[in-house]
Design a protein around this ligand. Structure first.
Ligand code: FAD
Ligand code: SF4
Length: 477
């Protein structure tokens, strides 16, 4: 246990690739803790009676619980505690935006506990190749459309309860947008490792099948699926709506990132401009930088740096790696006849905050300038591809465009069809749980039985009894 105040408030350093090396390769930036360092970091945790880290987690992950096991050197137990409520632990330990760390009480006095890195210690140093155990098989079959985090979480929740689940996925791989996350964050195999623990659940994956065109929702019903969950996320990108956008060297960020990870090989321009300031823009610009020997890569963002929606970790690392940032500029036109030759941008200024509390962007007339470039990457948001779905679903849309059912349990305008998604992997998982609970309640109601709580995922008896995240502190430092 840390013995003095200083070591209590300082984080045990996370091993990282230096900026100059990582800018030239897709090697993972962060490396795991050695066991002794993981124990040291875990021992900084105060084991709060009311752990804000748990409250902040959309899936109520018992971070306090696995940190305690690590502090005691019990890595196998830490893995079990993690996977008990988090079937995508191997993925999340690398890419979660760690809302738990932002909420950790240690933030007030020093650096929060490295919770995501400790989850990685649980997954990599503990025995995590476990296998989930389903309850007795039920009659009802459920179709899930989309094998992203929301669809996988719902498959886990329903499979554990004995429902026979079929997951239809249009791509040849599972994970949804997780498959677009650059390899310097995660190797890409993690989601497969997570799904391998589903092997004994009554969950079948049908890959390369697009629902709405290859198979319709009506035909799924006719095939005997009692409920359908649309976990289709946002597989399209928003356009800028400016001249020149159809030139061949203008890429949507998610299309580019998908190609970088899954092929075919991408050839990038010598001077690249990325439009946007969110996390996807940072992934696109940092990937472009790694593919581009001259390192002439520029981000154009229409607001000021402090208003950029990307996490600071991402934008700081991009800057360290050599990305150039231009603020308060918005795109007007992409120049070129057959190929991209440049982009015209206009200066912007921010107005006083409007009713939403956010200042709006005001263009400055006559302030146009041209940035010479031969490739433009558009990262201004994503959109769902819903043309093939019936209007009677009466869908609502989440913060970043994913479709949602209009009822609190996520049921859509058509009885028995549910829809949800989320702004991050862990938010999408929470949405998957909400929809799975809604489906279970709906099917239970129809069958005249009470809803089924989530059983112990490892078939060992009752799930943990304490309301998650609350209880006596397990040690007093
Ligand atoms: C480049 C990028 C980087 C990101 N980085 C992070 C990160 O580091 N950390 C983080 O927490 N979040 C990150 N996110 C966000 C996160 O990936 C998403 O919030 C999350 O994947 C959403 O999950 P979902 O299941 O709702 O949808 P999706 O992941 O979009 O999955 C939907 C699935 O449905 C399939 N589908 C769609 N329509 C059909 C159809 N008609 N028939 C069959 N299948 C269909 C799609 O192919 C897809 O596989 C990132 C997103 C992007 C784009
Ligand atoms: S908030 Fe969570 S991680 Fe932070 S000190 Fe408390 S129990 Fe530990």
């Amino acid at each position: 246990m840390p013995t003095d105040e200083h070591s209590r408030y300082e984080r045990t350093p996370i091993p990282e690739e230096p900026a100059r090396d990582r800018a030239a390769s897709f090697i993972e930036i962060r490396h795991p803790y050695l066991p002794a360092d993981a124990v040291l970091e875990a021992q900084r945790c105060l084991q709060c009676a009311m752990p804000y880290c748990v409250q902040a987690c959309p899936i109520d992950q018992d971070a306090r619980g696995y940190i305690l096991r690590i502090a005691e050197g019990k890595f196998d137990e830490a893995a079990l505690v993690t996977l008990r409520e988090n079937p995508l632990g191997t993925t999340l330990c690398k890419v979660c935006y760690h809302f738990c760390e932002d909420a950790c009480i240690m933030h007030e006095r020093g650096v929060p506990i490295a919770i995501r890195q400790l989850k990685r210690a649980a997954m990599e140093l503990g025995k995590s190749d476990l296998c989930y155990v389903p309850a007795a098989l039920r009659e009802e079959r459920v179709a899930i459309v989309g094998a992203g985090p929301a669809g996988l979480m719902a498959a886990w929740e329903l499979g554990l309860r004995g429902y026979r689940v079929t997951v239809f996925e249009q791509q040849p791989y599972i994970g949804g947008q997780v498959g677009e996350i650059p390899k310097y964050h995660m190797d890409g195999y993690e989601i497969e490792v997570d799904a391998e623990r589903f092997r004994n659940l009554p969950v079948t994956f049908v890959m390369g099948k697009r629902i709405g065109t290859d198979v319709t929702i009506e035909s799924l019903r006719a095939e005997g699926y009692s409920a359908i969950y649309l976990a289709v996320g946002t597989s399209d990108h928003k356009r800028l709506g400016i001249p020149g956008e159809s030139l061949p060297e203008v890429y949507g960020a998610i299309d580019l990132l998908k190609e970088v990870n899954k092929g075919p090989a991408v050839s990038v321009g010598a001077r690249i401009v990325v439009i946007g300031g969110g996390d996807v823009a940072m992934d696109a610009v940092r990937s472009a930088l790694r593919l581009q020997p001259h390192k002439d890569v520029t981000v154009v963002y229409r607001r000021t740096r402090d208003k950029m929606p990307a996490g600071h970790e991402e934008s700081d690392e991009a800057e360290e790696e050599g990305v150039r940032f231009l603020y308060e500029l918005s795109p007007v036109e992409i120049l070129g006849t057959e190929h991209v030759e440049g982009i015209v941008v206009r200066k912007t200024k921010l107005s006083a905050p409007g009713p939403s509390g956010r200042p709006s962007v005001v263009p400055v007339p006559g302030s146009e300038e041209t940035i010479p470039c031969d490739m433009v990457i558009v990262a201004v948001g994503e959109a769902p591809a819903l043309a093939a779905f019936p209007a009677a679903l009466d869908l609502r849309f989440g913060a970043q465009g994913w479709p949602e059912g209009k009822n609190p349990d996520s049921m859509t305008g058509i009885e028995g069809i549910f829809a949800s998604g989320g702004k991050s992997v862990v938010h999408a998982m929470a949405a998957g749980t909400r929809s799975a609970n809604g489906i279970d309640a709906y099917l239970s109601r129809k069958a005249g039985r009470p809803p089924t709580p989530r059983p112990d995922p490892f078939g060992k008896g009752d799930p943990p009894a304490l309301p998650r995240g609350y209880g006596a502190p397990t040690w007093t430092p």
